[in-house]
Design a binder for this molecule. Structure first.
Ligand code: AMP
Length: 486
């Protein structure tokens, strides 16, 4: 099977868009799926994000829609003919952007609707008429009920990240949406895994699907160094800081199991002096996009996220991934660490294991078929000492020596808890967080300096993907503030 786009006989506008995107050859999922989707058959595809699956379904779908392309301005001439459903706003946005790029030289119209945003602009777009509608299930139902979206002319439906949609509990919504669609249509289902639930869903809604599986979903890349460290809940943040410092890592994803835990951890890490952003389901769309952008621009060191929020984000090749919580579902471990070590680059995946995680670790071991050794990690004792002298805007040691607070205040954007407004950083006193925090009062006599006061180390830095451009290395966070003249 050839892997060149030129052998596909894509319509000229699509071929031009693909060439403009710089794609030279097809990815394995594209090579397998595109010819099948072009025939109009149902497809059940097992492919993870990052494999090129968006183009795998959208290019052939657009090619088929082009048959009835028209330049009429009448909304009635632009009914919804393809519907793409995704579990999260970010994914919907990302896929819609890609589809818009592939369709840019055609007369086909596309738009995206998802929750957390005003319905009105979405309604206006829908009323103009769109052939390709990308949506999250809940918001789509709102638009269906408001009669903004009519789905009786849909020829293609794509259930993308279907396992995630089921995990989130979208099955009833999906069933309702699918009940509005014509029976005669093509259904494409993509999922990271083919669990029994996914197979049941496929059994109900797909007709004689062609199964395409490109990568064994339980495979972990050999380019990822996987470490498991034993750490109590109280020590996990220190362990993260230690690894960042020792490995001179600039940016990382930190995974947690719950939305609440995600928000709390992001706040705590921010108080520790790291620039963090939280990404979870309760964040507004605007906050999420800001957080993502800040991470991509290198203005955020740690993106603290839940599995659902992180799934499918187009952020590739992060230097490291931390599992602050061992995932409940072993397959999520594989997805999480797949964020690092991509495209031949080496990556580090650190899982912090506390006493009650033995079974979860055993599940991971079974899934990845690799022996897991849980190591001890030697932590620096880095509780802050002294106190912050508000009047002098200076950090004061027990011995009375003042240090300039500016190093702590240097424009950290607190996306995790303060809506993105820069604020000054005051390490103490901080409210005690019953879930994660050690008390942060700076009082313990003789305690060692906090992480950000440790000596700066020369940093060779690690390779980082083109779309993540850190402005500053995390190592800089560990730089000692300069003493002020008394
Ligand atoms: P996806 O798995 O669909 O989220 O795609 C992941 C990324 O791969 C996106 O940034 C795409 O633009 C890119 N991509 C998709 N297909 C190709 C291709 N054939 N060659 C190079 N990049 C691609």
């Amino acid at each position: 099977m050839t892997s060149s786009f030129s052998n596909l006989s894509l319509a000229e506008p699509l071929a031009r868009a693909v060439a403009e995107m710089g794609y030279e050859s097809m990815t394995p999922i594209q090579a397998q799926a595109i010819p099948v989707v072009l025939t109009g058959k149902d497809v059940m595809g097992a492919a993870q994000t990052g494999t090129g699956k968006t183009a795998a379904f959208s290019l052939p779908l657009l090619q088929r829609l082009l048959k009835h392309e028209n330049s009429s301005t009448s909304p009635a001439r632009h009914p919804v003919r393809a519907l793409v459903l995704l579990p999260t706003r970010e994914l919907a946005d990302q896929v819609a952007q890609q589809i818009a790029l592939y369709a840019k030289y055609t007369k086909l119209r596309s738009t995206v609707v998802f929750g957390g945003m005003d319905m009105k602009p979405q309604t206006l777009e829908l009323k103009k008429g769109v052939e390709v509608l990308v949506a999250t299930p809940g918001r789509l139902l709102d638009h269906i009920e408001a009669k903004n979206a009519v789905l009786n002319q849909v020829e293609y439906v794509v259930l993308d990240e279907a396992d995630r949609m089921l995990d989130i509990g979208f099955l009833p919504d999906l069933q309702r949406i699918l009940s509005y669609l014509p029976k005669s249509r093509t259904t494409l289902l993509f999922s990271a895994t083919f669990s029994p639930e996914i197979k049941r869903l496929a059994g109900s809604y797909l007709q004689d699907p062609i199964t395409i599986e490109v990568a064994r979903p339980n495979e972990t890349a050999s380019t990822v160094e996987q470490r498991f460290y034993s750490a109590s809940d109280d020590d996990k943040r220190r362990a993260i800081r230690k690894v960042l410092k020792d490995r001179e890592i600039r940016q990382a994803f930190v995974f947690v199991n719950s939305k609440l835990g995600c928000a709390r951890l992001a706040r705590s890490l921010e108080r520790d002096g790291l620039r963090t952003a939280a990404l979870h389901g309760d964040k507004s769309q605007d906050e999420r996009l800001k957080a993502l952008d800040a991470f991509k621009q290198g203005n955020v060191d740690l993106l603290v996220c839940t599995d659902v929020a992180a799934r499918g984000l187009d952020i590739k090749d992060v230097p490291a991934v931390f599992n602050y919580d061992v995932p409940f579902n072993a397959e999520d471990y594989v997805h999480r660490i797949g964020r690092t070590g991509r495209a031949g680059a080496t990556g580090l995946a650190v899982t912090l294991v506390s006493g009650s995680d033995a079974r979860l670790v055993a599940d991971i071991e079974k899934l990845i078929k690799k022996k897991i050794e849980i190591e001890a990690i030697e932590l620096d004792d880095e509780r802050p000492r002294g106190r912050f002298n508000e009047g002098r805007r200076a950090w004061q040691d027990e011995d009375g020596e003042a240090r300039r607070g500016a190093d702590r205040d240097r424009g950290r954007s607190s996306l995790s808890g303060h809506g993105g407004a820069p604020r000054s950083f005051r390490p103490a006193p901080a409210p005690r967080d019953p879930f994660f925090d050690q008390p942060y009062e700076a009082s313990a006599a003789g305690a060692a300096a906090p992480a950000w006061e440790a000596a700066a180390r020369p940093s060779a830095g690690r390779g980082i993907s083109a779309n993540i451009k850190p402005k500053r290395k995390v190592a800089a966070l560990f730089k000692a503030p300069e003493p002020t003249v008394q």
